[in-house]
Design a protein around this ligand. Structure first.
Ligand SMILES: [Zn+2]
Ligand SMILES: [Zn+2]
Length: 124
């Protein structure tokens, strides 16, 4: 009886994961609740806070893509906050991020770009 039960559970899990990975489910799930744009189909609406100016992927928002990292939308968080929410990590070191933020406030990031180039060329 134990074997039968395990088989049954595995089958259910498989069905659930099939459902979750189907494009119909994703298209339905990855849709903006504010404007109805389907992020799964690379749609988003200008000015919509929940879309946040991107579909499912966006360049790193911390350094505005300077580190080359791509962040993925957290659909659940975006929907519950009614505001775009992104999962990811900036590729810059904490020191570089801090310096960049400081320079952005001052409106001059030219030094930071130079500094980042120095750092990347100095690495073996
Ligand atoms: Zn939207
Ligand atoms: Zn970054």
């Amino acid at each position: 009886m134990k074997e039968y039960k395990e088989e049954g559970e595995a089958h259910t899990k498989e069905q659930v994961s099939q459902l979750l990975s189907s494009s119909e489910y994703k298209a339905w799930h990855q849709t903006c609740t504010t404007c109805g744009a389907c992020w799964f189909q690379q749609h988003w609406s200008p000015g919509c806070e929940e879309c946040g100016g991107f579909a499912m992927l966006r360049p790193c928002p911390i350094c505005e893509g300077r580190c080359g990292a791509i962040w993925k939308r957290s659909v659940a968080m975006s929907k519950s906050n009614k505001s775009a929410f992104w999962d990811g990590e900036c590729g810059l070191s904490p020191e570089q991020q801090q310096l960049l933020l400081l320079r952005m406030e001052e409106g001059d990031v030219s030094d930071v770009v130079d500094m980042m180039e120095d750092v990347s060329t100095a690495r073996p």
